[in-house]
Ligand binder design. Sequence first.
Ligand code: PLP
Length: 475
Amino acid sequence: MTDIDTFRLQAHQLVDWMADYLAQAHTYPVKSQVRPGEIKAQLPAQPPSSPDSFEDLMADFERILLPGMTHWQRPGFMAYFPANGSPASLLAEMLTATLGAQCMSWETSPAAAELEEQMMDWIGRLIQVPETWAGVIQSTASDATLCAILTAREMHSKWQINERGMKEAPQYRVYSSTQTHSSIEKAIKIAGIGRGNYVKIAVDEDFAMKPDALKKAIDSDLAAGFQPLCVVHALGTTSSTAVDPLLSIAQICEDYQIFLHVDAAYAGTALLLPEFHHWMEGIEKADSFVFNPHKWMFTHFDCSAYYVKDQDALVRTFASNPEYLKTQTDQVVHNYRDWGVPLGRRFRALKLWFVLRMYGVEGIQQTLRNHIQWTKEIVAQIEAEADFELLAPVNLNLICFRYKPVNVHYLESLNRLNEKILHQVNQEGTVYITHTKLEGIYVLRMVLGNTYLTRAFAQKAWEKIRDTARTCSLS
Ligand code: PLP
């Protein structure tokens, strides 16, 4: 047998394994139960000097590694935000790996560059990004936000910081609400702006940024000699999917000539539904927008869709043009290597193409609406229980809640009790949920966004959490 004949046999076996894995929802606890060091202790200190068989390799994968995996594609995965795959996306990932192309420039794979352009256009129109904006796939929302802040910095300095560094730069300020994701702070640090120049703006009772407080902070910074550079708007915060008021914030940014970046990492997928388009009112005044198909749009990690108003400004911020990368088509095509930090790029547009064609837009919309509807059904049940309470408005498919029995009153005690419940639920294995804190309150977060979720499972998950909570006590 040739190597390729052997590969064919092994690949067929592997596809059977993959289908079995996806079908056997109940086999493993959703959250891995291993202790630190347990996996490494089972791995030999040295690599094998001669080839191991595929059968031995798979046996060790199942015996050693699988117990150390958290099963993000299980319907019981309700933690953080999902990193959804789907059969359609998985098929595309297999093709991508088979082609093994590194798609940094148009010439290194024209189909990858042109499909990316078209997928970004398709999705951009669906989610109401302005038609004149250009889109590019980044690895993560964190990368996209870094691109946004670096572009804002370079536009303001007329690309002089790229040339001369930060020595003569003004003291820039970046603003976002107190609820915004930690990737904003990371980008500020990397961009050389300094964490001390990150201004966190107060939120209202729904955890959305207060535009008046933003304006006040900008005025006070200007009076003190700072240079307001960028505002990051949250279209769906991590803790509670709160949506900042875009139009008011965009107006302030326009008035003060401040770069506005919209972080819609998770909730952006909801914009595929026309009923959420009002969240985008004012987007034409913004400068950039990111959301992650790799969260709720059934597309495997990594795949983050980043849109910019000024394509030239983005490319000018990142472009470098060494001799060894020059091609004959540089002037007439999109070379995405110049649209962000990395040079090398995977063929990520393929999985978007597969997802959009194999679900159809209506198929995706129906699945999203199911998740939102099942969430409403669970929310109604939580509201009906005297010993549970909701802790944030539910505008999509994330529920923030806690157990609050009549005999426990103090904040600290309730926090400890709910932390205990979280660990108990996760240890049991059917469901995996995580927590956050909102105004000092320990909050259980349950996200109903998994590709393989069903209404029946959503119900079962809630009942499991409710019943586990009622068996937990502080002692
Ligand atoms: N922004 C928000 C609102 C998020 O919720 C997250 C992650 O959950 C991120 C940014 C970071 O996403 P990524 O892992 O793609 O960098």
